[in-house]
Design a protein around this ligand. Structure first.
Ligand code: DC
Length: 219
């Protein structure tokens, strides 16, 4: 199986890049953030305090999570319900970052991710793919950009999706998630030593994709 790991902070362009690579190579794409978001959304719906380990553990025991592909598109199902339409709000972003810090959550979702990676040629994006989920992945990239540029991109995406937000709170939310995701004790956001670093601050998606495809061709 070919596995391509794309890690990096929020808003660096990982998912756009990962989707474009999957399309160019005609392989599957796994958005691991969508799994944390799906779980966080379902937990919020169930009235769970996502920072409380005991409540989260109990909820996890009742949540039947599945990641499936329908027409090549990833869907996240929690207790049979497709949660994909509900997971991109600022509340869910924050809750996903909080819930992802619990080791019980990471263990469960990481094992699902490894399972998918053993079945398909796959591009995965996340925070810990190259360091923890698939440390032996042949191809690893760490995609980043200035926090202000990442916030500008997220702000534009929110507007395009019809989500009401203001730039300062997007920036604050992004800084807070960077802190959260980088400081948790288990599998924090971190570049793998053998990952190729790409700073996309001044690059558009076509330039990033060309660069990645040229590396994949060489190896
Ligand atoms: O990539 P994203 O913004 O959709 O991810 C949402 C949150 O999920 C992010 O703040 C941290 C968490 N996450 C993680 O801990 N590990 C991953 N592999 C992917 C996401």
């Amino acid at each position: 199986m070919i596995n391509i790991a794309i890690d990096g902070p929020s808003g660096a362009g990982k998912s756009t890049l990962a989707k474009a690579i999957a399309k160019a190579l005609n392989i599957h794409y796994l958005d691991t953030g969508a799994m944390y978001r799906g779980l966080a959304y379902a937990a919020l719906q169930a009235g769970v305090d996502v920072k409380d380990q005991t409540q989260v553990e109990r909820f996890l025991g009742t949540a039947d999570m599945k990641t499936v592909y329908a027409d090549g598109e990833q869907r996240v199902l929690v207790n049979g319900r497709d949660v994909m339409p509900y997971i991109r709000t600022p509340e869910v972003s924050k809750a996903a970052s909080d819930i992802s810090a619990h080791p019980c959550v990471r263990m469960k979702l990481v094992s699902m991710q490894r399972d998918v990676a053993s079945q398909y040629d796959l591009v995965l994006d996340g925070r810990d793919i190259g360091t923890f989920v698939l440390p032996n992945a042949k191809h690893k990239f760490f995609v980043t950009a200035d926090v202000e540029e990442r916030a500008r991109r997220r702000f534009r995406e929110d507007l395009a999706r019809g989500i009401k937000s203001d730039f300062q709170s997007v920036l604050e939310n992004m800084r807070e998630r960077d802190r959260n995701d980088s400081s948790r004790s288990l599998a924090p956001l971190k570049k793998a030593d053998d990952a190729v670093l790409i700073d996309t601050t001044d690059m558009n998606i076509d330039a990033v994709l060309d660069f990645v495809l040229s590396i994949l061709k060489q190896e």
